[in-house]
Design a protein around this ligand. Sequence first.
Ligand SMILES: CC(C)(COP(=O)(O)OP(=O)(O)OC[C@H]1O[C@@H](n2cnc3c(N)ncnc32)[C@H](O)[C@@H]1OP(=O)(O)O)[C@@H](O)C(=O)NCCC(=O)NCCS
Length: 392
Amino acid sequence: MAPESSNPTTPDAAKAQKAGLEDVVVGTSKICFIDGKRGRLVYRGYSIDDLQQASFEEVIHLLLYGDLPTKDQLARLKERLLSERKLPREVTSAIISMPHSGSPMAELRTAVSLAALYDPDANDNSPEANQRKAIRLIAQMPLIVACINSLRRGKDLIQPSPTLGHAANFLYMINGEVPDPRAERMFDVALTLHADHEYNASTFAARVTAATLSDIHSAITSAIGALKGPLHGGANEEVMRMLLEIPSVDDAEKTIREKFFAHKRKVPGFGHRVYKTMDPRATILKEFSRELGQRQHESKWFEMSTRIQDLIVKEKNLYPNVDFYSASLYFVMRLPIELFTPIFAVSRVVGWASHVLEQYANNRLIRPMSDYTGAGDRTVAPIEKRTPNAVL
Ligand SMILES: CC(C)(COP(=O)(O)OP(=O)(O)OC[C@H]1O[C@@H](n2cnc3c(N)ncnc32)[C@H](O)[C@@H]1OP(=O)(O)O)[C@@H](O)C(=O)NCCC(=O)NCCS
């Protein structure tokens, strides 16, 4: 029976439409620009190469409020972030009672959703309250991740530092020691590089939720759920697990051929919907991975990664994305692999919040259509006359 389309698009139009909304422009934004052919990423007019000299706090100001801060504005923002560097007791208790055997991203998603109930602005969705909630979420998410990490490792909870910056405090709460300035700087830049990326899957999920005029915590919870998937943020963990399976640098090519090419499996950390060349974030992270690997006398992971890059570029014409070199960088920073994706969220929450605020400021419900390809009209037969299908 020919399907009867319930909407006005023709079968030809449906065929022409690419799956996964590829190349489809679904909205406007003043926050982020990607040039996928040239490999450029720009936040509010500033290239990420240039933004490497700014601190993550300056980038938070840029993404949320539209401009880089003055000295006074930066001081005020830091003060506000510091004053929100605390978790509601109920949220900490809930994390303590969660099972720690599953995904930390699931714990993070649940904790952020719960934080909505204890937020002082819980019932206020005015623009001012949303700005406050955005800052609170940015300040709280590193604490949630650190809390999850301590519990999973059976360690005491580490109290946040009242003096360290955003990046250094996070590293301190994960590793229990104040990071050396160079590692702190690299991590700070890594946070900047992950902070926004236009209408990526998780940001789009956040905007769709916000566009129903639901609250900002609901939007960020949607985004965390989307980031968790291995085709999105989850890829950085898969990259490191892949590297750990390779016996030595010289085995890299053989292992990839056997474990991935032979089974037509996708190699994590390669390919991108928008970039058709090297992801500019990967270029910066690659250099950090090389430098820190050398300093820690642990270049193995970097060298393995470059061998894999050479192979995939040559054989598949695919380039590393942001998740490829962040894996070896975070690993030599002694960050637990299972935290790689939550760390992505700790940074990307800035982009999500900026997009949610932008969505609220000029909102229209996001509600696309689908081309119906199911059965044509049918009539309901009495139950004893129906034929079973293959489901049960
Ligand atoms: C990022 C990603 C989801 C983009 O997906 P997409 O735009 O839908 O591209 P597709 O999955 O349709 O891939 C297009 C082609 O390239 C191939 N390809 C894409 N990424 C690949 C990879 N990492 N390894 C091997 N082949 C890959 C696909 O198999 C497909 O080949 P085909 O046309 O012969 O079937 C995809 O490249 C991927 O899954 N990468 C690995 C996961 C990852 O690193 N995610 C993080 C993204 S920042």
